[in-house]
Structures are given as structure tokens and as C-alpha cells.
Design a binder for this molecule. Structure first.
Ligand code: ADP
Ligand code: ADP
Ligand code: ZN
Length: 242
């Protein structure tokens, strides 16, 4: 496959339709690299990056009643019930910065969530789903070494993407920490939950015309990001031909 190098403004023009805001869904198992690629994609496409995991962790940090409820499920590696997720996400989607579309990271994770999103968007947005394929053995190594910035939420890796200064974020100087749910015993449960509840979404989106693109997420970060960019213009063509 030839490599397509596009500048940010070209990408924006290719992927943005004034009639149909783009809702770009990053699908894939825990540790696949969704958050890692969401940040540069958000800059390139000028769309907000919305991670339901980050939204829940912010609620937990502020000790809100939603945070307390969500923590119970997150700590055991289960999914937070759909109604709590949907209320929180749909509230976020009301914000003005989502008017041109958004990048969803970690949502939807169940068929019920995907169907609720379809209803909510009422066919007025173009859903595009990028599915990151990464084998379990790699996921386990990635999650075992993941470090996250407390402030800007950027992910690092102890071995694959270490910060220049130990324990500090190179972007914002925030402290890096290991997520409680990234410990091995919980990760195996999360992978099982992914297989049972989230994997069916691949077939759900594959059954719709021009919605799903597969990305091989195994390679180096830069290679995977290039594959992501290469996938986007073909989506853009699909949007403009509708
Ligand atoms: P997700 O959001 O899908 O759960 P992350 O983006 O947080 O995954 O990535 C999980 C971990 O793997 C992080 O520590 C990140 O630095 C690392 N990582 C992401 N992509 C790659 C890659 N292509 N090669 C090696 N490590 C990666
Ligand atoms: P990862 O990408 O590593 O799986 P996330 O940060 O996306 O991690 O999610 C962390 C946890 O937050 C999940 O294990 C789950 O408990 C909860 N969560 C996040 N998004 C959703 C969602 N869409 N539906 C249900 N639970 C969610
Ligand atoms: Zn930071």
C-alpha cells in the first residue's frame, strides 16, 4: 500500500463535510493504542477527543456520585452499565465543540451503546469506525507498562515510549501514574469483557456500507498512525459520494 502523506488542512478538508459532521469511532481492545492515536488525530482533524474512560476517571477524581458508581465496575474490570455511560456521553456531545463532529475513544463498547448512538445521531452525522487489531500477547505487554499523565491524560510506556524525565509528562510536566485497573488480574477480565461485549461491534459496523476500516495496530506507533491517516481519505471519498 502506498503511503499518503497529508497535511492537517488537507486531511480536514478531505474528512469534513459541512452537511454531515464526522463521528470517528476508535474501536479496539484495551491497550490497542486508541488513546495514543486519538490525540494527534484530534489535532489533525480539529475535532474533540472524547474518551469515556477519561470522563469516568475525572468523575472518580472529583468523587461525584457518578464517579462512585462507575468506580465499582471499573475496579473489577467490568463495563459501567449502559445507562450511566449514555447519560454522561450524550451530555458531553451537547457541547458546542462537538458541532462539527468528534473522535470517540472507548465508546461504544456494547451493541446497545452503538444502537443508542445511531438513534441519537439521527442519521445527521457520518459514523466512521477504525478498528485497531492487536493480538492479546502484545496488548498485555502494552498495558503492563502503561503510564498515564494525571493532567493531560497522555499515555507513555515504561519500555516502548518512556518519558524523557522519569515520572513526568513531556507535554505538560504532569505526574505519570499507573492506572489501578491496569494490574494483570484485572486486565485478563477486561480482555474477556472486550471479547464478549465489544467485539460484536466489528460485525455491526462491517455490515454498514463504508463505515468500518481495519488498522493493523501491532507495529511501531508511527507506522500505525500512518496507516490510520491512510484509512481516512478512503472514508472521505465514501462520505462525499453519498
Ligand atoms: P488504549 O487507549 O487503546 O487502551 P493506549 O493508547 O493507552 O491504548 O496504549 C496502551 C499502551 O501501549 C500505552 O502505554 C502506549 O504508550 C503503548 N502503545 C500504544 N501504541 C503503541 C505501539 N504502536 N507500539 C508500542 N506501544 C504502544
Ligand atoms: P481501555 O482503553 O484501556 O480499555 P478505558 O479508559 O477506555 O480503558 O476504560 C476504562 C474502564 O472504564 C473500562 O474498563 C470500563 O470499566 C469503563 N468504560 C469506559 N468506557 C466505557 C463504555 N463505553 N462502556 C462501559 N464502560 C466503559
Ligand atoms: Zn501531561
Amino acid at each position: 500500500m502506498g503511503s499518503i502523506l497529508l497535511g492537517a488542512s488537507e486531511l480536514r478538508a478531505l474528512t469534513r463535510s459541512p452537511e454531515k459532521p464526522m463521528v470517528l469511532i476508535l474501536l479496539g481492545p484495551p491497550g490497542a493504542g486508541k488513546g495514543t492515536h486519538a490525540t494527534p488525530l484530534s489535532l489533525s482533524l480539529d475535532l474533540p477527543h472524547i474518551s469515556t474512560g477519561d470522563l469516568f476517571r475525572a468523575q472518580i477524581q472529583s468523587n461525584s456520585s457518578l464517579g462512585q458508581k462507575a468506580k465499582f465496575y471499573i475496579d473489577q474490570g467490568s463495563l459501567v452499565p449502559d445507562d450511566l455511560v449514555l447519560d454522561m456521553l450524550f451530555d458531553r456531545l451537547k457541547a458546542q465543540d462537538c458541532a462539527q463532529g468528534c473522535i470517540l475513544d472507548g465508546f461504544p463498547r456494547t451493541l446497545a451503546q452503538a444502537k443508542a448512538l445511531d438513534l441519537r445521531l439521527e442519521n445527521k452525522s457520518q459514523i466512521l469506525a477504525l478498528n485497531f487489531h492487536v493480538p492479546d500477547s502484545i496488548l498485555i505487554d502494552r498495558i503492563a507498562g502503561r503510564l498515564v499523565c494525571r493532567d493531560c491524560k497522555k499515555s507513555y510506556h515504561k519500555l516502548f515510549d518512556p518519558p524523557a524525565t522519569a515520572d513526568l509528562c513531556g507535554e505538560c510536566g504532569g505526574r505519570l501514574y499507573t492506572r489501578d485497573d491496569d494490574q494483570a488480574s484485572i486486565v485478563s477480565k477486561r480482555l474477556e469483557v472486550y471479547r464478549e461485549e465489544t467485539m460484536p461491534l466489528i460485525d455491526y459496523y462491517a455490515a454498514q456500507n463504508d463505515v468500518l476500516k481495519e488498522v493493523d495496530g501491532q507495529g511501531a506507533k508511527e507506522q500505525v498512525f500512518q496507516d490510520v491517516l491512510n484509512a481516512l481519505p478512503s472514508f472521505a471519498k465514501a462520505i462525499s459520494s453519498q
